[in-house]
Write a protein that binds this ligand. Sequence first.
Ligand SMILES: *[C@@H]1O[C@H](CO)[C@@H](O)[C@H](O)[C@H]1NC(C)=O
Ligand SMILES: *[C@@H]1O[C@H](CO)[C@@H](O)[C@H](O)[C@H]1NC(C)=O
Length: 205
Amino acid sequence: MCDHSHVDMKVALVILSLVGAVFGQLPTPCNSPNQWEARERVVEYGAKFEEWHKVYYDGSSGRERNIAEVEDGSTRDFFDILTLYNENKRYMINMKTKQCNVTAINRPFRHRGVPPNAQFSYAFTLGATGFSGQSITVQSFTANVTFGTFHEEYFGMVTSPSCVPVNNFYYNPSEQTKSVVAYYDLTVGISDPMAFVPPPQCNSS
Ligand SMILES: *[C@@H]1O[C@H](CO)[C@@H](O)[C@H](O)[C@H]1NC(C)=O
Ligand SMILES: *[C@@H]1O[C@H](CO)[C@@H](O)[C@H](O)[C@H]1NC(C)=O
């Protein structure tokens, strides 16, 4: 049933893109804020995976920190992950055992905002129109991201005109994975100067 929703979304996108093409010039990819922090909810369909994180994002130099919010009573593992794309390193700390390992990254940097090569899909409002202050305008974009043999399709929504990420949908045809990342309580800028510094327990690696 996941496949159906994907196809439905594509059909909807095609129709809405055509409407956009008829009614005027298509917006080009907007520039999202380069540095921000937020809470994110990550859902991976198929893997039955859902998790909340605190996320710190630096799009200008390709740095990310994702700290899982541990669920009360859960016995599974949660991770605090620092990914430095500019150094091709991922620091992964098991929050239970405090053990850290460092690995190379085999994926391209994910723009949490709109990738530069994206195409505009459509614009709409979230909330209620006609009520003062109760709606925001959102634009959506699609892009194909490739990195060596890695390929992923992106579909994302950002606020307009500020281009702040609202949610991102990723589809990987070869791995048959679909995931959605939604952002909440986002603030522009990085409040914690240590957010992108490798944690001390990773130093020996
Ligand atoms: C690093 O740790 C993660 C989480 O424990 C594990 O899945 C992965 O296999 C480890 N990688 C290496 C290279 O040890
Ligand atoms: C991405 O690739 C898919 C499959 O090849 C194609 O259908 C789609 O139009 C492409 N999207 C963009 C934005 O280039």
